[in-house]
Design a protein. Sequence first.
Length: 365
Amino acid sequence: MRSFDYRKYKNYRWDNEITNYLSLIHEYKGKQDLYLRQKPVELEKLLEVAKVQSVESSNRIEGIVTTDTRIGQLVKEKTMPRTRDEREIAGYRDVLNTIHESNEFIPVRGNIILQLHRDLMQYADTGNGGRYKITQNYLKETQEDGTEFIRFTPVPPYETEACIDSICENYNLAIDEQIVDPLLIIPVFLHDFLCIHPFNDGNGRMSRLLTLLLLYRSGYVIGKYISIEKHIEKTKNNYYDALETASSGWHEEKEDPTAFIKYMLGVILACYREFESRVEIIGGTVIVEETPTGKKRSVTIKSSAKDIVRAAVDSKIGKFTKREIVNICPSISEKSVELGLKNLQEEGYIKKYGTGRSTFYSKVQ
């Protein structure tokens, strides 16, 4: 069995791209901490949207889907799952809620990962929930002609439990000793988890849930308000390419995790940037005015629904749908978004294309 030692990255020489990522993420984290104190109501609305997007995107990456309406109802627990896919979705929802609500009380240990997997698979009929794989699994790729080839062979079943316990132990040592930035160790842990591929089903979804858990426990709570899973889905080809590059030589302990670290840091940074943009849209305009006594104070001027929709439209490039604008503007109702889009259309600011579910908009050039 291969060994794992995350403390070795203490003396690793990271390139400028990674150090720049770290610097920017730390800066954005400081801003988010300020927003969390100043705008709790607005951020609660962002959380609701992000939860739906996270459940939808993480499952859709694995080909597990249902309608937009059903996703919303399932996440809000207003309906019971009807199909196998919806049962899988309900399991992800439950574990996501657990991590959101209790992450500081969830240690990173093998038995905890098993329990999270048990809950992920609790509505499925496979009987594999909470159990490590009992047969060898393979990461396969399908070529254009339909033929498959093995891209990577994970560890065999008899090594799985020991490997998971080892990455958990080494992760905790590195974090407790504070010798390496958590933003570097988290992607390494996730990459090792995916190379071990400990379960016969649910490895990808578990890795994304663990991403949130590890980030939250290190103080990076961006995934609560902006869906990390959605950003991974949007760039999933890059995700798989980075995984494959970083996996070369993994069994021989000669792998270079840089490609996957860069990918994950890029996703996290993109989420922070989207977060700041969303907060600016829903939070109103802040101006500094002088009081009669000569002191200065910050005053927030609440934006109208139309202004909020306009700001959301301005944040989009190319075509966009009403649903996309609704998700950007959780502080106003869907009807207000519809009215705002109608007003902007009448002004000639945007143009509407198509009808029904095929409707989309774009800004007038």
